[in-house]
Write a new protein. Sequence first.
Length: 219
Amino acid sequence: KPDPNWVRSDDFHASFLIPKDDALERSLKYSDENGLPEINVHAGQGKLLHLLARSIGAKRILEVGTLGGYSTIWFARAVPEDGQVITCELKENFAEVARNNFEYAGVANKVKVLVGPAAETLQTLPSDEKFDFAFIDADKASNLTYFLQAKRLVRRGGIIIVDNVIRNGTVANPDIDDENVRGVRNLLAHIKEDKEVDATTIGTVSEKGYDGFLYALYL
Ligand code: DHB
Ligand code: MG
């Protein structure tokens, strides 16, 4: 049930700032055709992630939660030819759709998909090959697990961004207590005490409603 006011607003801003893009549009269409849920970041957020990665000259980017690879394509286009995006996806059929999208977008050479529970695949990555940027957008219950793995793998001065930390305000609503909001609250409680990161939540609004990114700088 997209809100038409925000559909129009997203489309309006995108018409000035985000050129129509065959490969990105195709990735969403192909994902939809293959039954993946439409829970990708929206175009404005994808471009923000892309610009942030370029702003810090990121060469290696870690993503948790590939889905159909829409945000992954934005990231892959932000890194240089010899850069890499490593993205973790639980489901083999989602990973297959994403790989197909990377081929079509011409970024397959820069992207590696690790299939399986990210809590396990992340542990296989060596901490001496640091990432500049991590984006966490997978099962919300495991946010803190993924954040701690991201800290192990991201360089000092790097960025860790976590999606869906507002959830239409439910994270702050004491009457709501499900595994998703608990996953976000656990992360916030951790960061409050973690002297190695400085962070903020920035709210976003789109046709999908009100949500937000948590932006953390690894000091
Ligand atoms: C859901 C997950 C997401 O990452 C998102 O951005 C929106 C919704 C979900 O699981 O419903
Ligand atoms: Mg998300």
